[in-house]
Design a protein around this ligand. Structure first.
Ligand code: F0G
Length: 460
């Protein structure tokens, strides 16, 4: 770390710009109606600042773009695959690598290979696609995250932690044979981008080792988690983020990765494994769903950009600026008294829609409503992470009712400026001032799987 980099200021300058779309309120009202009050159904051209997701929305570096020109587009054995494999082995330490088109491709493979009907998969809070693949393979997801994670106001610094008592109770109730693996995410997206501690993962490793149970690591945002460990965990401040990333990975048996986040690419992912037998089966199945095991649905150039992105993702100056920008936005909103998940997450700020719109009942979709209102105010696109995202109970068919009803303001990496962050904060404050005038929504169309992507609503 060099002295001038103590602030979170960006360790890069802008070489190319992409114009944004400015809209009028009238245009936004029309667009939102046509999108059925679902921000996923807006056209990108109708959006000014896009905080829908940090997934695949990063700006690549000049080195990554240069890497794209070195794509070896051979069907089999592309040199870019070997570069990717080497980067994963170097920075994450896993032995065997299978590229996939994105994270859920890897989730599909590992779920089909390891989960049998009737199995139980404990995890530190669900993620939408991860849980659906576990269920489609016949498993049942059981939440073993600490209680603090479900409380938007708890200031516990490691809300991603596993509650070891909950985990041991699940193992005792069902037996280790019924648990193919424990599903561990580093930074927990649905809890508000909250990290887990190194000490906690070590304890999970110890407990699972005692029962002979694997840990499969959702490492989508592992660098952000490692950086928070460096900032907050006792005895870790002198270590590099890269070193902590590698230790986190070493405590697990395999990983699924959506490289569209941490790894700074617009498309790509992988499954990484240490066990040869599981790898062999995954290498066999990937050809059915993704493509040959040396490209897994990606172009050679995509794998090259990912290999370079992985090395950039653990760079100390990069990660400080990335998380620093999110904290800048979060602090502005917190200072303005906006209800939000605390502490501030690493990939975005999660507004607490239940507290923001206390007069809107959960069945009138407060987070969905708030996301629509934010778009109408200034053209900022955000994402619902509440009852719509939680879907329906696979046994009863009723809605799942999550404690957290959140609107995620997700910050893409290396894309927006501090002035954009100010515009966003001002817009949220304006909507908060007129919150009492805001009414809820009614769902008019509900898809069967991952309904939040395509559901439609109308104003109550
Ligand atoms: N795991 C986590 C923690 C994620 O956040 C995501 C994607 C995935 C797995 C699936 O990866 O999209 O590459 O197939 N999250 C995106 C988001 C969609 O907006 O949070 P994918």
């Amino acid at each position: 770390m060099t002295e001038q980099h103590i602030s979170w200021a960006e360790p890069y300058k802008i070489k190319m710009v992409e114009p944004l779309f400015m809209t009028t309120r009238e245009q936004r009202v029309k667009a939102m109606e046509e999108a059925g009050y679902n921000t996923f159904l807006l056209k990108s051209e109708e959006v000014y600042i896009d905080l829908l997701t940090d997934s695949g929305t990063s700006a690549m570096s000049d080195r990554q773009w240069a890497g794209m020109m070195l794509g070896d587009e051979a069907y089999a054995g592309s040199r870019n695959f070997y570069n990717l494999e080497a980067a994963i082995q170097k920075y994450y330490g896993y032995k065997h690598v299978i590229p996939t088109h994105q994270g859920r491709g890897a989730e599909n493979l590992i779920s089909r290979i390891l989960i049998k009907p009737g199995d139980i998969v404990p995890g530190n809070m669900y993620f939408t696609t991860t849980k659906l693949h576990q269920e489609m393979a016949g498993g049942t997801f059981v939440d073993i995250i600490v209680d603090e994670a479900h409380d938007a106001n708890s200031m516990f610094p490691f809300k991603g932690n596993v509650d070891l008592k909950k985990l041991e109770a699940v193992i005792k109730e069902h037996g280790a044979k019924k648990i193919p693996y424990v599903s561990i995410a580093t930074t927990v997206n649905m809890a508000g981008g909250q990290p887990m501690s190194l000490a906690n993962l070590k304890a999970v490793r110890e407990l699972t080792a005692k029962y002979g149970i694997r840990i499969i690591h959702d490492m989508t945002r592992v660098a952000e988690n490692a950086y928070m460990i460096k900032l907050l965990e006792e005895g870790q401040s002198e270590r590099s983020t890269a070193d902590i990333v590698k230790e986190l990975c070493s405590l697990t048996d395999g990983a699924t990765m959506s490289a569209k986040k941490d790894a700074l690419v617009n498309i790509g992912g992988f499954l990484a494994l240490n066990e040869w037998d599981v790898f062999e089966e995954a290498r066999n199945q990937v050809v059915i769903f993704e493509g040959l095991h040396t490209y897994g649905g990606l172009a050679g150039r995509d794998m090259e950009a990912m290999a370079i992105g992985i090395s950039e993702s653990v760079d100390e100056d990069h990660i400080r600026a990335r998380v620093g920008q999110v904290f800048y936005l979060g602090k502005k909103l917190m200072d303005a008294g906006i209800p939000m998940v605390k502490p501030i997450g690493t990939h975005g700020v999660f507004l607490d829609a239940k507290a923001f719109l206390p007069h809107v009942p959960q069945l009138a979709f407060p987070a969905q409503t708030l996301a629509a209102e934010l778009y109408l105010d200034a053209g900022v696109r955000t994402m619902e992470r509440g009852i719509v995202s939680a879907g329906r109970d696979k046994e009863t068919g009723d809605h799942c009712y999550p404690d957290l009803e959140l609107v995620r303001l997700t910050v893409p990496r290396r894309v927006y400026t501090q002035a954009h962050m100010d515009v966003i904060a001002e817009s949220v404050e304006r909507v908060y001032k007129r919150r009492n005038e805001i009414k809820g929504l009614r769902m008019t169309y509900e898809p069967k799987y991952l309904r939040f992507f395509q559901a439609k609503f109308e104003k109550l």
